[in-house]
Write a protein that binds this ligand. Structure first.
Ligand code: NAD
Length: 481
């Protein structure tokens, strides 16, 4: 167990800086205040942008030999591993998530830096044959200043997910941490501050989204925006980005479906349901929030998932239970509202449906809705809590239509022993990633992102690196050939 500093700072131009105003960070497990963080205002955002601009324009990151960026990224990864235990404790306390999952976030963050370190000296262009008299090639230039806005559900790993490829490609970055869970990211940035990058390469500000965040995304000093968060905020950021016609990566919400055929392996399925909807209290953009079950096995599966939900251990993150609190009182109230609406529309809560009334933190009962039809709001809207809807289907055709029948398209899953069916479904599912027989089967190596209201652009994997560069073609007329 570590003690937690009572006050935390922003990191701008290579220095930790305070601000006259503070934000209070609460512990979701106890609903008690945990610490304060300097609340960056518009002036702090401007300083961070200027520092990043100076760093990008000086070429301190982009004009060095790429092997230098490889060493910086590897050094960052090693510093993260050194701070992981302390960081995990901080993240667990401020976020409510289990200590083991918080530890995994730091490990994953280190992996992002190792992975993109491996690419930093391999961003190779191509030579394009144009016949005699010409030499033509492409180069990948960094974009410049990347503004990265991070949500509270996996702040450390999501921050690393965008920061590592941005640095690998030679960009300077200004990051805005989420108001509700900014402290673990401060530990992550401490690891980066220890790694000896040029000043201004990485800046962290914590402020209100509508103030500091909005300022960042509308600034002419920004060349690219990476946003992970809700659809409504993403849409407002896209409108701001349109003003300067800058590229964006948008990782938004989801209402992802798993299709379960009668031949599915039950053990694999139940392990996937447990991780898919109850991990991180369901506050996962790619959560398995809809379970589409072939009618022959519908009753059996409902009773299996109800037993699973009712058997989950519940408690404070530090004790590593199956189910942890949700992030805030507001989030809990929103989840309960959606559950009440589901009941009003005729869905039946086979278990749960409301908060735990006997706990002081923000604990939602693990919930399973049955008798859900695809058009109900509980089957269409993102809940972002431990709430599963179970929907019956008869044919493969019908299952695909239900799975594809929302405005989202982040991930999807198929559970079957029939490889042909799995292949057919994975081709037809409207999603950026399809899991077969294991939810979250991918990794940091596999491209991730959405279609529809789930956003666009890809993070993770080699493909993500190309979101952080601009292609330039050089076409040369060679005389005398
Ligand atoms: P949110 O949109 O409320 O906030 C996300 C971030 O945006 C925060 O840092 C916030 O301060 C900032 N922000 C708010 N208003 C802003 C504005 N006008 N301009 C600039 N920045 C602003 O989302 P949240 O509640 O923190 O996160 C939950 C949502 O994020 C869910 O919808 C979830 O699905 C989504 N999410 C998506 C992914 C993904 O990879 N696709 C991952 C995690 C979360």
């Amino acid at each position: 167990m570590h003690s937690i500093a009572s006050h935390w700072l922003n990191y701008i131009d290579g220095e930790w800086v305070d601000s006259p105003q503070h934000l209070v960070v609460n512990n979701p497990g106890t609903a008690e205040p945990l610490a304060t963080v300097a609340r960056a205002g518009v002036a702090d955002a401007e300083r961070a942008l200027l520092a990043a601009r100076r760093c990008a324009d000086s070429g301190a990151l982009s004009r060095v030999r790429p092997a230098q960026r490889v060493s910086w990224l590897l050094r960052i990864a090693s510093e993260i591993r050194d701070l992981a235990n302390e960081g995990a404790w901080v993240l667990c306390q401020e976020n409510g998530k289990s200590l083991a999952d918080a530890r995994d976030e730091f490990t994953e963050a280190a992996r992002y830096f190792e992975y993109y370190a491996g690419m930093a000296d391999k961003i190779e262009g191509t030579s394009i044959p144009l016949g005699d008299g010409y030499m033509d090639f492409t180069v990948y230039d960094p974009i410049g200043v990347s503004a990265q806005i991070v949500p509270w559900n996996f702040p450390v790993s999501i921050c690393a997910r965008s920061l590592a490829p941005a640095l690998a490609a030679g960009n300077a970055v200004v990051i805005k941490s989420p108001e509700l869970s900014p402290l673990g990211m401060c530990v992550l940035i401490r690891a980066i501050a220890n790694a000896g990058l040029p000043n201004g390469a990485v800046n962290l500000i914590c402020g209100l989204g509508r103030e500091t965040g909005a300022h960042l995304v509308s600034s002419a000093k920004v060349d690219q925006i990476v946003f992970t968060g809700s659809v409504a905020t993403g849409q407002s950021i896209l409108r701001a980005a349109a003003e300067h016609a800058i590229p964006c990566v948008m990782e938004l919400g989801g209402k992802s479906a798993a299709i379960v055929f009668a031949d599915a392996d039950r053990e694999q399925l139940l392990a996937s349901v447990k991780g898919g909807i109850f991990f991180n209290a369901g506050q996962v953009c790619s959560a398995m929030s809809r379970l589409l079950v072939q009618r022959d096995i519908y009753e059996e599966i409902v009773s299996d998932v109800v037993a699973l939900a009712e058997g989950l251990s519940v408690g404070l993150g530090q004790d590593n239970p199956d189910l942890t609190p949700v992030i805030s009182a507001g989030q809990l109230a929103g989840i309960e509202t959606l559950c009440r609406r589901a009941a009003d529309e005729g869905a039946v809560a086979a278990t749960g449906g409301e908060a735990f009334s006997d706990r002081s933190g923000h604990f939602m009962r693990p919930t399973v809705f049955r008798d859900v039809s695809p058009e109900m709001s509980i089957a269409q809207q993102e809940v972002f809590g431990p709430v599963l809807t179970v929907i019956p289907f008869d044919t493969e055709e019908e299952a695909i239509a239900i799975a594809n029948g929302t405005d989202f398209g982040l991930v999807a899953g198929v559970f079957t022993q029939n490889i042909n069916r799995a292949m057919r479904c994975s081709r037809r599912l409207k999603a950026g990633q399809v899991f077969v027989n294991e939810w979250y089967a991918g990794g940091i190596e596999t491209p991730f992102g959405g279609v529809g209201l789930s956003g666009y652009g890809r993070e993770k994997g080699q493909e993500a690196l190309y979101s952080y560069v601009r292609t330039k073609n050089v076409a040369i007329r060679v005389a005398g050939e």
